[in-house]
Ligand binder design. Structure first.
Ligand SMILES: *[C@@H]1O[C@H](CO)[C@@H](O)[C@H](O)[C@H]1NC(C)=O
Ligand SMILES: *[C@@H]1O[C@H](CO)[C@@H](O)[C@H](O)[C@H]1NC(C)=O
Ligand SMILES: *[C@@H]1O[C@H](CO)[C@@H](O)[C@H](O)[C@H]1NC(C)=O
Ligand SMILES: *[C@@H]1O[C@H](CO)[C@@H](O)[C@H](O)[C@H]1NC(C)=O
Ligand SMILES: *[C@@H]1O[C@H](CO)[C@@H](O)[C@H](O)[C@H]1NC(C)=O
Length: 364
């Protein structure tokens, strides 16, 4: 029990004092305190209930120290998600159980680390508070556009959503919106190739203006039109070098604070939107079926890993693993084997929002 009490006190001091030290981030400071409050309650409940379940208790105490000492580890549990499908009440057709007959939903797994990390599914108000005053840029292909759609669906109400949907779905074009009431500026930049992403990054660098949150992704177009994994790897390497040149401190050189004289005082939060799992037999053209096969997909994944773009391979970007999310949602969640139901991108969005909460608590 002593251990539990100490853990409780440690938890209390971390969740109460760490956010109080935060200063000046665009992500709303008061909101951080509020979320920390929730986190604290989660930990409190966890700490006081677990002694009644001895095996869980052992696991929690070995685990919680890791989680609390290094909140970065919470980021690695963000993808522990379980999926559920339920038949739609009015449209059950026993002869054709296809995707339109099912509703899909997701939730974080009820595993110990997930509970200890206290992930929250943010609603409209919490999400807009968190992003209040932020400039969010999402750059990429149709996957990125679907991600933007999820974000807008979360922060806008349905009448506002109807107005933006048409514009957002203009093929192959940029989209820009300022949501006045929430003080959020959102840019979608059509950037299907790695080269296009480097152009986006160069522009930030040239203008000395950086978004608070940047989400990037690319691969499908390159796979279809170039089908050359090593060339894809080269473009990812270029993206990584540019990102590192933007960051005041690259992870390789430790985290002692911004390099003196750096133009960039605030570090943007940067995410990589992974490629979806492709269901080859469902792809809608012969060319796609032939070129976007499993072997090519594996080669592209390998290049992404070797490019060291992602945190998990020592790079700067946090992965939003659409590949994993879409694979687990399954065949029923896609009609063309490439673009998935909104629920997949909703999950990716909530993972990003929670990563933002974790990140902004870390960066004092
Ligand atoms: C899916 O179900 C709908 C009705 O529920 C039906 O109209 C449609 O043809 C089905 N599609 C396939 C591919 O089976
Ligand atoms: C956003 O922040 C501004 C001031 O920082 C405040 O006036 C406004 O009410 C906030 N909006 C929301 C939706 O929290
Ligand atoms: C993206 O890059 C490709 C290849 O480098 C180029 O042809 C295309 O014009 C670029 N598109 C945009 C929107 O910049
Ligand atoms: C693939 O890309 C690399 C690097 O751009 C290039 O050297 C190579 O010739 C390309 N391979 C094919 C088959 O086009
Ligand atoms: C990722 O790349 C590293 C070397 O850069 C290698 O050790 C590791 O096995 C790779 N992982 C996967 C899943 O390919």
């Amino acid at each position: 029990m002593i251990g539990t009490v100490q853990f409780g006190l440690l938890a209390a001091s971390i969740v109460l004092f760490v956010p109080m030290g935060m200063a000046g981030w665009h992500l709303s400071r008061n909101k951080m305190l509020f979320f920390s409050g929730i986190l604290f309650i989660t930990l409190f409940v966890g700490v006081h209930l677990t002694p009644y379940f001895p095996s869980v208790s052992d696991f929690v105490s070995s685990f919680s120290s890791v989680v609390l000492e290094n909140r970065d580890s919470c980021i690695s549990f963000l993808h522990e998600i379980v999926w559920d499908e339920t038949p739609k009440p009015n449209r059950v057709d026993e002869f054709s159980a296809n995707s339109s007959n099912y509703d899909f939903s997701w939730a974080w797994a009820k595993s110990t680390p997930v509970i200890a990390c206290g992930f929250q599914r943010l609603g409209q108000i919490d999400a807009s508070d968190l992003l209040n005053g932020s400039w969010v840029v999402v750059a990429g292909d149709s996957q990125a556009r679907l991600f933007v759609l999820s974000l807008l669906n979360l922060v806008l109400d349905s009448t506002q959503m109807e107005m933006v949907e048409g514009d957002l779905f203009k093929r192959h074009s940029d989209y820009h919106i300022v949501i006045e009431e929430h003080g959020v500026k959102l840019d979608f930049i059509w950037a299907p190739y790695g080269m296009n992403l480097t152009d986006v990054l160069k522009k930030f660098k040239h203008d000395h203006r950086y978004p608070d949150v940047l989400v990037m992704g690319s691969g499908l177009w390159h796979m279809l039109h170039f089908t050359n994994a090593s060339d894809y790897g080269l473009s990812l390497g270029a993206v990584r070098r540019l990102v590192e040149s933007l960051l005041p401190v690259s992870p390789k050189f430790g985290t002692d604070g911004p390099v003196t004289g750096s133009v960039l005082v605030q570090t943007p939060h940067i995410f990589w939107l992974g490629m979806p799992t492709l269901i080859n037999s469902m792809l809608n053209t012969e060319e796609k079926i032939e070129k976007m096969n499993q072997m090519v997909c594996d080669a592209y994944d390998k290049e992404l890993n070797e490019s060291k773009l992602l945190r998990q391979s020592g790079g700067p970007l946090i992965l939003l693993d659409v590949g994993l999310l879409s694979r687990n949602c399954g065949l029923q969640c896609t009609v063309d084997g490439m673009h998935y139901n909104g629920v997949v991108y909703d999950a990716a969005l909530q993972i990003m929002l929670n990563a933002l909460l974790i990140e902004s608590q870390q960066r004092i």
